[in-house]
Design a protein around this ligand. Sequence first.
Ligand code: HEC
Length: 162
Amino acid sequence: MSFPRPAGVSRNRLTTGVLAAGVVLASLLASPAALADKTEDAIQYRQAVFQTLAWQFSPMGAMVKGKQDYDAEEFRTRAERLALLAQMPWEGFIAGSYDGDTDALSKIESDRAGFDKRAEALMTQSRALADAAASQDLDALRSQFVETAKTCKGCHQQYRAD
Ligand code: HEC
């Protein structure tokens, strides 16, 4: 197979260049530094999602506890956001990302099925909370909020250092 090459560039120089790029790429992918970057990125990613999730969750808590006026529209918006965010942290729990600047326990790796079950519970309960928010029945919202909050706490107790 032959590819068009820029005028003035010999096949040899082109081949050398391509090979050199390949070597750089391979060493980037394999180097411990690149791996560390990857796990650090994953840790930062999941922590950022959890922070975003907590930012949405806490005003809902204030509303169901009567510490903040209930605003149906705001509650519904936050509950919808929460249900979406609840799907997102899990891809950040990659192999080798349980050392360093993280509170995640390595147990997540050894007991992934148990962890996934708790992640699933948050997704289910936060979806139910968003559905309840549409009905604007404050009592129903309150109890569904508590069910959702239990999934946070349950997982933290098992899989997060305090
Ligand atoms: C399936 C397990 C699981 C569920 C469910 C869960 N979390 Fe977490 N959460 C974790 C783990 C593990 C960490 C530690 C992440 C790390 O440090 O790498 C964490 C960390 C956090 C953090 C700290 C983030 C940071 O900056 O270090 C907050 C805030 C948080 N979670 C809020 C929540 C809230 C609110 C809920 C429920 C709405 C929730 N989490 C549900 C497992 C879970």
